[in-house]
Design a protein. Structure first.
Length: 623
């Protein structure tokens, strides 16, 4: 954030930039102290802390607040990361690529959606000082609002205090809003706003031990040490104040090691290693404070195999539904169909072929109803995300009951028998007007000896009984990626799917252009929704909105590069691109990173796997 903050400053030489110094480093080196007199520096620091201490909230008002236990559903957990940038590249890499992925999985088990606020890049280079400062502090505001004033906050401090802006560069409105303290750095103002002022119990301060400095080559020392006397004094006092203000658990001193030099994107960089203790402490700390903030969110009872399958599908849908898609028109059409509205000419009626695998005599009944709706499209076009959004939206309507099965969502989801078990249990629940799943021993006894024909007979019987039942809610059945079922290459593929469903039941299936599956679908009366490539405006919106979730923005030059890719119309490619850019840690090499992204989905996924293999220090992935 500081690099952008200083983008408008003058007196930054081309030579300095060419040598690889960030704008922040250059300004720190060129910063002129108002006085070299030690007494004057000490007096300035004292005045700062007098002002700071007048703003402090008594610790008695800052006991850790728990979220009421009766609050359910997914919640967002933001962790704001604060530090100077030129000296904490490797720590931030450890956070983004090791700590946060594991913490994210841990959070997901508790229906918590983790977003890390890592502002190493994301503020356009043409941003003003005001815009940059506001972006940083407004991100902390979001974290504060979501936690009742106690944001999850991580600060890393070494031997740099950070750039101190002139008071005139901070608009009066911003100074008042955030109680700006003159002669302090932007990094410190983040700390003051997010943690220090309130004695935030959810804040962690990681202090890197200074002995690593002695091994760093002199030519790179300016990236790790502040030469300015005021910064040095402020840093020394700041460290001592942290120890006074926060518990021992919240102030962690860690060791690290100079591990030589490396080249990143054609730029020579100091390597800081031996960060395992650093990463482990942060992970465990935030697990504790998040658990304290949101207690009892993990289900303790061991579920039956069917309960677990239902839970995993539900979790999958909740995750996929949060992925941005830019297919609002298609979503609305599917919603209209799902809610039982009359089908318009928006859907193409597919050609009904002769049944090959479906036993017409077996399915003969008086059932009449709507044709199924088939969503088809190439892999990566967003079929799964689209159907997940439909399921999530429909689930919020109390007047519609929905069953869904997403092939590929679990290790067993391609098993047709398991799909039918889930479907039969669901329909039985509807008939019995209950949401309670049968006990595992009952399920085992009920389905262990059933044959394929038994499953189909049970399904036919339930569908026949539904119209005469007392149920009042319409039903939506969703089967995603049926081309991934284990029977996809057999003649019996989809033979369990009825030719027509009873009134008040609508069914949506999705498939890629897999010939056997397409042929089986054509044996049914069906509507077709063919997903087309995204137009460029939708692709642009998807990138912008996705990165905005993590407080990041690309420059116009970056968008121009991406727009030239032949995959710009593929949602999967766009999503992976955003993820790769999101975790990229060096703004100076961002343009090179954008240019290096592969032009096909397959090549991009291979590049991601290669990166993961390179970053895997355990070698478990290679095995």
């Amino acid at each position: 954030m500081y690099r952008k903050y200083l983008s408008g400053l003058q007196n930054i030489t081309v030579e300095a930039i060419t040598k690889g110094l960030s704008n922040l480093s250059v300004e720190d080196l060129n910063h002129k102290d108002t006085s070299k007199d030690t007494d004057h520096v000490s007096k300035t620091v004292q005045e700062c802390w007098k002002s700071i201490e007048s703003q402090l909230v008594p610790s008695s008002k800052n006991d850790s607040k728990r979220v009421p236990e009766l609050e359910y559903g997914w919640k967002t957990v933001r962790v704001f990361v604060s530090s100077t940038f030129t000296d904490f590249y490797w720590e931030r890499e450890a956070l983004v690529k090791k700590v946060f992925p594991e913490l994210r999985e841990w959070c997901e088990e508790r229906k918590l959606y983790l977003i890390e606020c890592d502002l190493r890049w994301g503020i356009p280079s043409d941003s003003t000082t005001h815009q940059t400062v506001s972006t940083c502090l407004e991100e902390i505001d979001k974290c504060i609002a979501e936690t009742g004033g106690q944001p999850f906050f991580l600060n890393m401090t070494g031997e740099r205090y950070g750039w101190i802006p002139k008071e005139s560069e901070i608009p009066e409105e911003t100074r008042k809003q955030y109680q700006w303290v003159p002669n302090t750095s932007i990094t410190f103002m983040e700390v003051l706003h997010g943690a220090f002022r309130t004695g935030n119990p959810n804040a962690l301060f990681c202090m890197r031990q200074s002995d690593v400095i002695k091994d760093i080559p002199e030519s790179h020392l300016q990236r790790f040490q502040d030469p300015d006397p005021l910064c040095q004094k402020q840093l020394k006092v700041y460290k001592s104040k942290l120890v006074e203000r926060f518990s021992k658990e919240q102030v962690f001193s860690y060791s690290s090691k100079y591990d030589g030099m490396t080249t990143i994107q054609d730029r020579e960089t100091v390597v800081i290693g031996e960060l395992d203790e650093f990463a482990s402490y942060i992970l465990q700390f935030f697990k504790r404070v998040i658990e304290r903030k949101y207690p009892n969110r993990k289900e303790m009872k061991s579920p039956s195999y069917l309960e677990e399958e239902f839970m995993l599908h539900r979790k999958f849908v909740e995750q996929k539904a949060n992925v941005l898609l830019s297919r609002e028109k298609e979503l609305q059409l599917l919603m209209d169909y799902a809610l039982g509205k009359p089908v318009t000419v928006q859907f193409e009626m597919g050609t009904e072929g002769q049944p090959m695998s479906r036993d017409e005599k077996f399915w003969t009944s008086d059932l009449t109803g709507d044709p199924i709706l088939c969503v088809e499209g190439k892999p990566g076009y967003g079929k799964t995300t689209l159907l997940a959004k439909v399921v999530q939206s429909i689930s919020e309507h109390n007047n519609v009951s929905v069953f869904y099965h997403f092939c590929g969502s679990t290790g067993s989801s391609g098993n047709v028998n398991l799909l039918l078990q889930r479907l039969l249990v669901y329909l039985s629940q509807v008939l019995a007007d209950t949401s309670v799943l049968p006990q595992e021993e009952v399920l085992e006894e009920e389905y262990r000896t059933k044959s394929w024909d038994d499953f189909r007979e049970d399904l036919r019987s339930l569908l026949t009984d539904l119209p005469s039942s007392k149920r009042s809610k319409p039903i939506l059945l969703v089967f995603d990626a049926v081309d991934q079922l284990q029977t996809s290459e057999y003649v019996t593929h989809l033979s369990w799917l009825p030719p027509v469903f009873p009134p008040n039941i609508r069914c949506i299936v999705s498939t890629s252009n897999h010939p056997p599956t397409v042929c089986r679908i054509q044996e049914h009366r069906h509507y077709i929704m063919s997903l087309q490539p995204l137009d460029r405006s939708a692709s642009l919106e998807l990138i912008q909105t996705n990165l905005k979730m993590y407080s990041k923005r690309l420059d116009e030059s970056h968008f121009s590069i991406l727009m030239e890719s032949p995959c710009i119309d593929t949602p999967l490619w766009l999503y992976v691109i955003c993820e790769e850019l999101r975790i990229h840690g060096d703004f100076r090499s961002l343009t090179m990173k954008v240019k290096s992204l592969s032009s096909s989905v397959q090549d991009l996924l291979k590049a991601v796997l290669d990166r993961l293999l390179t970053e895997d220090t355990t070698n478990l992935m290679k095995k």
